[in-house]
Design a protein around this ligand. Sequence first.
Ligand SMILES: NC(=O)c1ccc[n+]([C@@H]2O[C@H](COP(=O)([O-])OP(=O)(O)OC[C@H]3O[C@@H](n4cnc5c(N)ncnc54)[C@H](O)[C@@H]3O)[C@@H](O)[C@H]2O)c1
Length: 253
Amino acid sequence: MDRFEGRYAAVTGAASGNGRAIAEKMLAEGARVAALDLNGEALAAVFGEDPRVLRVECDVADERSARSAMAEVAGVFPRLDVLVNNAGIVKFGTFETLPLAEWDQVFAVNSTGPFLVTQAASELLRAGDTAHTRAVVNITSVEAHIVISSSGHPQIHYNASKGALLQLTRALSVELAPAGIRVNAVAPGYIRTPFTAEALEQDEVRGFLLDRTPMGRIGEPEDVAGGVAFLASDEASWVTGTTLFVDGGWTVY
Ligand SMILES: NC(=O)c1ccc[n+]([C@@H]2O[C@H](COP(=O)([O-])OP(=O)(O)OC[C@H]3O[C@@H](n4cnc5c(N)ncnc54)[C@H](O)[C@@H]3O)[C@@H](O)[C@H]2O)c1
């Protein structure tokens, strides 16, 4: 398929896991991709000198960094047709002892980051190819909807930050609809990435997850990328403000 031929996309957190798979999917379907990540070395290792990729070191949680990253994109790309807010962090800890600094850090990356990056990208998105739909896709989580703390990993700040991103997605879809820009979310279940590697090594956690997943396997980053590509494509031209669960059926029961 070549759904993104001639299109310009930006993906945050593109150097690893889901973001990398999303960027690679966009490239495979014809897009030029601005790959944004905090880790410049990892970006270079993953994308090398690929002429279709603009590598941009960026901290999505920092307003100045988000703005200068989008200014760099604007210097090379004439417009943006797709923005994927994927960068995110997870921390674990019980409520009673959770430091405020850690709460703030998780919110800064997972909730404020997508706000800052989308705001900084807004002119480029509005300049997008009006012959096609333009799209923002936010990577939330099943944890925006349910709580999997029974796996032994309480993470209220992660839950709350992804819940905020879910509602940011819905509210922004209304505000950007008149400009023809759709805003949706992909909510992954447990996906095999560096983010989850440690937890997945524990037999107990892996067993718990597999027992709860009707499809009987852990998700792969390519599963997430497939959902993102659909929502970003013209096939979803009347889809906005919604969430696509990519979770092997986890949230069905
Ligand atoms: N892996 C899962 O099971 C899972 C499940 C649900 C949702 N998600 C979400 O998917 C997204 C990606 O997760 P992943 O599993 O690929 O993680 P990952 O740790 O493999 O990759 C995250 C990437 O984001 C980058 N990053 C972190 N903070 C950043 C910042 N402030 N600015 C820019 N880049 C930053 C990291 O350098 C890294 O390259 C996250 O939003 C996460 O919440 C993951």
